[in-house]
Ligand binder design. Structure first.
Ligand SMILES: O=C(O)CCC(=O)C(=O)O
Length: 322
């Protein structure tokens, strides 16, 4: 993730990465999304490929461009309160080993996949009214401390068609993820001047925090429907280095003076708890068809109960988010 991307995501609450997918990939994915909408074509697909996160769309879950961004904005990079610094994982000498709260390994991602749906929106069709606003809590509460972003629940949109001027893909209200006041009803309308209407080429990646007010626009292109795959990713930690948290003011020597019970509580605060919003309802065969590292995107969200520190594995029988 570049410094520009990080600045824009924090300031606006969303980021657009143009043309990540090739024309050929977009074409294959459009055919796939069309098949998912057509009962006969869907029936002709292998059962474990009848989902927008499977089959030819499976590689989108951990596309390298996406992983590079989610590593930074969904995890907060480093949430070890006593060792927190302004450095970033991608620079300034911080390593994952210095981050007890960094729930990644060579075999596991430090975030989860929380849901997926395909979308075909034709000319004249309009999506949801403007919704979402900042909330307290690990999933919907956007935070940025020590130059680290915590966007708990993050929407990942793969635009499979060009979004031209005035076409209206998803409408976004820049900066609303940091709003301190209740949104006036007059601004929860598609027509509100606070709603931003982006343009981008096919194959673009759009990310926004679910704390950002957003809406489904009125698609206007008669040349092609709006075709997109909506995925949702979320962090794995129930804790954060919020400056309002009493532990945030602890120095390393304060931690040394804690009782074993308190140390255990602090360790627990680094664990992957309470981090699921959508119910996936996926047959296990769908996950079983994925490469092992990708399967860790579906691991259970418990934070205590057998693993030495944090949950970094997926197991179909005992450890999966359902
Ligand atoms: O349909 C869209 O463009 C927006 C979808 C939406 O409202 C959401 O992701 O919550």
């Amino acid at each position: 993730m570049t410094a520009e991307q990080k600045y824009l995501f924090d300031m606006q609450g969303f980021l657009i990465v143009p043309a990540v997918l090739s024309a050929e990939e977009c074409s294959t994915l459009r055919t796939f999304v069309s098949a998912l909408e057509d009962p006969e074509a869907k029936e002709a697909l292998p059962p474990h490929e009848r989902y927008s996160l499977a089959g030819p769309a499976n590689f989108l879950l951990d596309h390298p461009v996406l992983v590079g961004i989610l590593n930074e904005i969904v995890t907060g990079e480093n949430h070890n309160l006593d060792a927190d610094s302004a450095g970033t994982l991608s620079g300034e000498g911080i390593t994952p080993e210095q981050m007890p709260g960094w729930l990644a390994s060579d075999d596991a991602y430090p975030f989860r996949l929380d849901g997926s749906f395909p979308q075909i929106r034709r000319a004249g069709e309009r999506g949801n009214i403007p919704h979402a606003y900042p909330r307290v809590g690990p999933l919907f509460g956007y935070q940025c401390h020590n130059r680290k972003i915590y966007s708990g629940l993050t929407r990942v949109v793969w635009e499979l068609t060009e979004v031209g001027a005035a076409d209206q893909g998803t409408l976004l209200a820049p900066g609303s993820h940091k709003a301190s006041f209740v949104t006036p009803p007059s601004m929860l309308l598609h027509e509100s001047p606070t709603m931003y209407d982006y343009c981008c080429p096919e194959g673009s990646l759009v990310l926004f925090t679910e704390a950002l007010t957003h809406a489904g626009g009125l698609w206007s292109s008669h040349e092609t429907p709006r075709m997109a795959i909506f995925n949702c990713c979320e962090w794995l930690s129930g804790s954060s280095p919020s400056c309002h948290h009493p532990l945030a003011s602890f120095t390393p020597s304060d931690f040394k003076s804690l009782s074993p019970l308190l140390v255990a509580c602090v360790a627990c605060a680094d664990a992957p708890v309470m981090a699921q919003y959508h119910r996936n309802n996926l047959p296990r065969e769908v996950i079983a068809a994925m490469p092992p590292k990708r399967q860790t995107l579906f691991r259970g969200v418990w934070g205590h109960g057998g693993q030495p520190s944090a949950n970094v594995y997926y197991d179909a029988d005992t450890n999966f988010a359902w």
